[in-house]
Design a protein around this ligand. Structure first.
Ligand SMILES: C[S@@+](CC[C@H](N)C(=O)[O-])C[C@H]1O[C@@H](n2cnc3c(N)ncnc32)[C@H](O)[C@@H]1O
Length: 255
């Protein structure tokens, strides 16, 4: 079985293939080019133009499956003087970021960023139409069009408390030309993270493949004179016969 075929047998890809089945050329484009803006613009345009009403598209699973991994990381002590900064990296039309905004009792500034202006526009429109309300009245929610391999054009170094990545790194790693972009994305995340901040990658990739990649990036950060981030993994659980993982990269506290 080729790596490509193998990747398409896992559940995230099955869901996507089911959504895109009616557009066979779109399916082909998705298989090879999930690192490309044009692919996702087309995906979000075509899936939404045919649907009777907007529905959030969730890669792998929704917020409820991972809220117990996310919410405990948002603690008062981390940012006593202001909003906790949360970034949903490659948010698509997922409800993950809006759910953190709606369910976190502490003041948070959630930025949902995606390379696709179509996804960003849909999310802005839907959030306004549904009047999503925060649990903490000081919280903020923004949707921004951003190529996250250039995070430093928007986020200063050492400024983000929590970065969520549900399927975005996976999409880059599985694309024909996406490997270099995945490396760059990871480096940009490590730069943007605050001391003690965390990056959570939700993925169906086996730890045997993902951990060495993350550990190599952590080692490279050490080589650049930065204190090395810690890498850990835990199972999210099994859904539709596929095991999902949460990879956590934590920047060490200030000495
Ligand atoms: C597999 S989807 C996951 C979407 C969403 N996180 C979810 O859970 O449903 C990958 C997303 O990453 C976005 N993306 C791909 N490359 C990107 C980049 N360089 N910068 C920002 N977003 C990107 C795509 O537009 C797409 O919405």
């Amino acid at each position: 079985m080729s790596a490509l075929t193998k990747s398409l047998t896992s559940s995230g890809w099955r869901i996507l293939a089911a959504c895109a089945r009616q557009y066979s050329s779109l399916t082909t484009e998705l298989i090879e080019n999930m690192d490309k803006k044009a692919t996702w613009d087309r995906f979000y345009t075509e899936t939404n133009s045919k649907a009777p009403a907007f529905r959030n598209f969730e890669w792998f699973f929704g917020f409820d499956s991972v809220q117990d991994l996310i919410l405990p990381l948002l603690r008062t002590g981390s940012r006593p003087d202001g909003l906790l900064q949360v970034l949903d990296l490659g948010c698509g039309t997922s409800a993950l970021g809006p759910s953190v905004y709606a369910r976190c009792s502490l003041p948070v500034h959630v930025t949902c960023a995606d390379i696709s202006p179509v996804a960003v526009r849909l999310m802005r429109e839907q959030t306004a139409a549904r009047s999503v309300r925060p649990l903490n009245l000081s919280s903020r929610l923004d949707f921004v069009e951003l190529d996250c391999t250039q995070l430093d054009t928007r986020f200063a170094a050492d400024s983000v408390d929590l970065i969520l990545d549900k399927g975005t790194t996976d999409a880059l790693l599985r694309s024909r030309e996406g490997g270099g972009k995945a490396d760059l994305l990871l480096r940009q995340c490590l730069k943007a993270l605050r001391r003690s901040g965390s990056l959570l990658q939700f993925s169906d990739e086996d730890p045997d493949a993902r951990l060495p990649w993350l550990e190599a990036a952590a080692a490279a950060a050490c080589d650049q004179g930065l204190a090395g981030p810690r890498v850990a993994v835990q199972e999210v659980g099994e859904l539709r016969g596929v095991c999902y993982y949460c990879y956590q990269v934590t920047a060490p506290p200030t000495a």
